[in-house]
Write a protein that binds this ligand. Structure first.
Ligand SMILES: Nc1nc2c(ncn2[C@@H]2O[C@H](COP(=O)(O)OP(=O)(O)OP(=O)(O)O)[C@@H](O)[C@H]2O)c(=O)[nH]1
Ligand SMILES: [K+]
Ligand SMILES: [Mg+2]
Length: 444
């Protein structure tokens, strides 16, 4: 018998309510045992229950909900206990459940895994559920909900269906060599494969926006020492995340802060000021600053307005045309209204007076939204796992198209189908035959 599993469904710690979830064939029995054999509540109706332990000692007064199989999250019998969220109550109830025969504590992700195994969701939906739980910003929440609703699963399954169909048509002619593959049928098969390849390529070529939206867009603040990089980080983060001082070379380690810019997640990094450092710790800091600047999705270059119109060469060498350039300390130097650095428009800024901060925030938000939203109606690829499988699929399709023999082409199409199926976790059954019999009248 499948073991019945249980675990707290709410985060640990003191809370008004804590929920314990039980899933498996013994879920109802477990509830009965906890409630001294009181009648089971009606399905999907909250009922007040008195939870008691050994010798009838009361442990808590709470609510119980039953979701009989298969209409439950996992597809199994599920019981939810809504208890008071204290450590003492939770520990007592967990101990009582552990003591019951056939019950054990769930492993991480095991409820969702059972939901997948019972056909309640595909792998992309299971992943989306994890993303929704981790979501910190509105855009992350929207992406996760959309994927949980099956947007990616539908896209990948539709592609897979089209591939299976092309493969079935090709195999039909391989299996029945007396039948010539009519040129029109051959064109249809390869036309469909070509169309699919193009759609997959454009889905892959999305600037990684779905994956970035999960992780946050990485922005590195770079600039010469004392330009006010840490001051700017603190102003954007609205807290004293990094140490600010008038000593050049204050920042050494990279300091990351997580920001929500217009609903989009951003990881903003403050870095060491760039210069020829005399001392080893500072030069290690500068090495880290350069490395971070290279890995970042976007560079925010801060020049020192007190030096204007001179600009720092070390920083300049890291500024590309996607970088956002600001000239800070505009309150000190003779910084013009619309400065240009190396021909690139820059924003005059003063973290001290607040000048330019709103404009900078607006520009940053627009840039981030542009990188992460993509503005397209199609759902975004969200994981490296999907990317790897899709790339494998596209490679197999390219090989199939180049193959001389139909048998070899069919083998590559089969590999392509398998690669796609891995994304959603679908296994192949006798689908090929189904399609053949639906679309062909073999034997006529
Ligand atoms: N007048 C003026 N001073 C500023 C401004 N922004 C920062 N400062 C001052 O400039 C000095 C250096 O600021 P930081 O934020 O530590 O500069 P940094 O670029 O992080 O410096 P390092 O970490 O050493 O590379 C501090 O004394 C700040 O108070 C500004 O807009 N105007
Ligand atoms: K400093
Ligand atoms: Mg600093």
């Amino acid at each position: 018998m499948t073991p019945t599993i249980f675990a707290p469904a709410t985060a640990p710690g003191r809370a008004g309510v804590a929920i314990v979830r039980i899933s498996g064939p013994l879920a109802d029995a477990a509830l009965s045992a906890l409630t001294a054999g009181a009648p089971l509540p009606q399905p999907r109706r909250a009922a007040r229950v008195r939870v008691s332990g050994e010798g009838g000692e009361q442990v808590d007064d709470g609510l119980a909900l039953r979701f009989p199989a298969p209409a439950s999250f996992t597809g199994e019998d599920v019981v939810e206990l809504h208890l008071h969220g204290s450590r003492a109550v939770m520990e007592a109830v967990m101990a009582l459940l552990s003591a019951q025969e056939g019950l054990r504590v769930a492993e991480p992700g095991e409820f969702t895994r059972r939901a997948f195994e019972n056909g309640k969701m595909d792998l992309t939906q299971a992943e989306a559920l994890a993303d929704l739980i981790d979501a910190e910003t509105a855009a992350q929440r929207r992406q996760a909900l959309r994927q949980m609703d099956g947007a990616l699963a539908r896209l990948y399954d539709a592609w897979r269906d089209r591939l299976v169909r092309a493969l079935a048509h090709l195999e039909a002619f391989i299996d029945f060599p007396d039948e010539e593959l009519p040129p029109a049928a051959e064109r249809a098969i390869w036309g469909s494969v070509e169309g699919l390849t193009a759609e997959m390529r454009s889905h892959l070529d999305d600037g990684h926006r779905g994956e970035r939206l999960r992780d946050g867009l990485h922005i590195a603040i770079i600039g010469p020492p004392n330009a006010g990089k840490s001051s700017l980080l603190n102003a954007l983060a609205q807290r004293e995340a990094a140490i600010v001082s008038d000593i050049a070379g204050t920042t050494r380690d990279v300091v990351d802060v997580h920001l929500d810019l217009g609903g989009y997640p951003v990881v903003l990094a403050d870095t060491a000021g760039l210069r020829e450092a005399a001392e080893t710790i500072e030069s290690e800091g500068i090495r880290r600053a350069r490395a971070r600047a290279e890995q970042a999705d976007l560079r925010l270059a801060v020049f020192d307005g007190a030096e204007w119109p001179a600009v720092d060469d070390h920083t300049l060498s890291l500024v590309d045309d996607s970088a956002l350039v600001v000239v800070n300390k505009a309150d000190l130097g003779a910084v013009p209204e619309a400065p240009a650095v190396n021909g690139q428009p820059a924003l005059p800024l003063s973290v001290k007076t607040g000048r330019g901060l709103d404009t900078l925030l607006e520009r940053l938000t627009a840039l981030v939204a542009d990188r992460l939203s993509g503005g397209s109606a199609a759902p975004a690829l969200t994981r490296a796992r999907h990317r790897a499988a899709l790339a494998e699929c596209v490679d197999a399709l390219a090989r199939a198209q180049a193959a001389d023999l139909a048998e070899l082409a069919a083998e590559d199409l089969r590999l392509a189908v398998r690669a796609l199926g891995r994304i959603t976790g679908r296994v192949e059954v006798d689908e090929l035959l189904d399609v053949i019999f639906r679309d062909f009248c073999i034997g006529k």
